[in-house]
Design a protein around this ligand. Structure first.
Ligand SMILES: NC(=O)c1ccc[n+]([C@@H]2O[C@H](COP(=O)([O-])OP(=O)(O)OC[C@H]3O[C@@H](n4cnc5c(N)ncnc54)[C@H](O)[C@@H]3O)[C@@H](O)[C@H]2O)c1
Length: 322
């Protein structure tokens, strides 16, 4: 059995990973500043004898260093997330994402640990080269469009991780997460599915940003956890980048209709222009499908939970915690 350090361990993906690793018999150290994570996310295992939560920032080098010392594997998830938060605080976004990964990678190298770095499908930017494959070009927007600061910082994480692998032999693997959904994901930071469900259940208008014809693929969090656990423990994957997600596409309008139907809601579906929802000149992608061949060939990855089942699970959680 091993000790895992999860930065962002009280977040959505982090808390599911912690729970799963505890169930496997491992010890979990979670480091989280609770900026978007919460104690609520870890409440069912907070008192587990093999779980420890440290409430602090990954930017606190002394604290992070002490935790890295105690870990065998480090899953680095801590980041500023949510389009609105990124637009509101680009400095914090860049510092936390680019700076946080730098700290983790340097400490892990000094202390001989294995690292998983969470990147994002956002790094593909506006690329229309579908399905998006790991070796394809990245097409980011202009620097005066704030949303790209997140993608660019995550891309820096990837360059750094690959450089640490090449130049300093750090065992590190990078995953580009596409939309990951499931219970505990907060509606507060602009994530579309929890927001639609919350609006539908409350009988408030379901708000679609843009025309709703943009398509996305949603992946269940347990499928992602399954992948993280296999990628980080197998040396043949170190030094590589993997897409992780689902390739089942749905338009945002269809998603709103599905949520409305499954929640038996009377909510009206309304359209909000991007420049009202976000900033003037906000850019969005019409489609974003991952090429999953690399991760399938590497670990046999295949998303197992479809969207209807996912929505059922989120609704169960929503009603149980209401
Ligand atoms: N959920 C998705 O669809 C998705 C998609 C692409 C990438 N990702 C990446 O996966 C990771 C986890 O995302 P999530 O969806 O679980 O979001 P989340 O907001 O629930 O998790 C991020 C966690 O990091 C914590 N955090 C932020 N800054 C910190 C700091 N300085 N020190 C310590 N902790 C800090 C937050 O409090 C939160 O608990 C992130 O790196 C995110 O960029 C997620």
């Amino acid at each position: 059995m091993h000790t895992y350090l999860i930065t962002g361990g009280a977040g959505f993906i982090g808390s599911h990973l912690a729970e799963s690793l505890l169930a496997d018999g491992h010890t979990v150290l979670a480091l989280d500043d609770l900026s978007t994570g919460s104690l609520e996310n870890v409440k069912t295992f907070r008192d587990h004898p093999r779980f420890e939560l440290v409430i602090d920032s990954v930017m606190n080098v002394a604290v992070t260093s002490g935790l890295v010392d105690r870990a065998d594997y480090i899953v680095h998830l801590a980041a500023v997330v949510g389009v609105q938060r990124v637009l509101d605080s680009a400095i914090r976004t860049i510092h936390t994402i680019a700076g946080g990964a730098d700290i983790v990678l340097e400490l892990a190298t000094q202390k001989n640990k294995v690292v998983f770095i969470a990147s994002t499908s956002e790094v593909y930017g506006k690329s229309a080269d579908l399905p998006l494959s790991e070796d394809g070009d990245l097409l980011l927007g202009a620097t005066n469009k704030g949303r790209w600061s997140y993608a660019c910082s995550k891309a820096i994480n990837e360059y750094l991780a690959l450089a640490y692998y090449r130049e300093r032999q750090l065992p590190v693997v990078v995953a580009r997460h596409f939309n990951t959904v499931g219970p505990r994901q907060s509606a507060r930071y602009g994530m579309v599915l929890p927001r639609f469900i919350e609006q539908a259940v409350a009988g408030r208008p379901i708000t679609i940003y843009g025309d709703g014809m943009q398509q996305r693929c949603f992946c269940y969090v347990a499928d992602v956890i399954w992948a993280i656990k296999r990628l980080i423990t197998r040396p043949e994957h170190y030094g590589k980048v993997f897409n992780v997600g689902s390739s089942e596409e749905i338009s945002i309008l269809q998603l709103a209709r599905l949520v409305k139907e499954m929640t038996q809601s009377d909510s009206e579906i309304v359209f909000v222009p991007y420049d009202v929802a976000y900033d003037d000149g906000f850019e969005d992608m019409r489609r974003r499908i991952p090429d999953l061949r690399r991760i399938h060939n590497a670990i046999g990855y295949q998303p197992r939970v479809g969207l209807v089942k996912i929505i059922e699970k989120i609704m169960e959680h929503h009603y149980a915690s209401a």
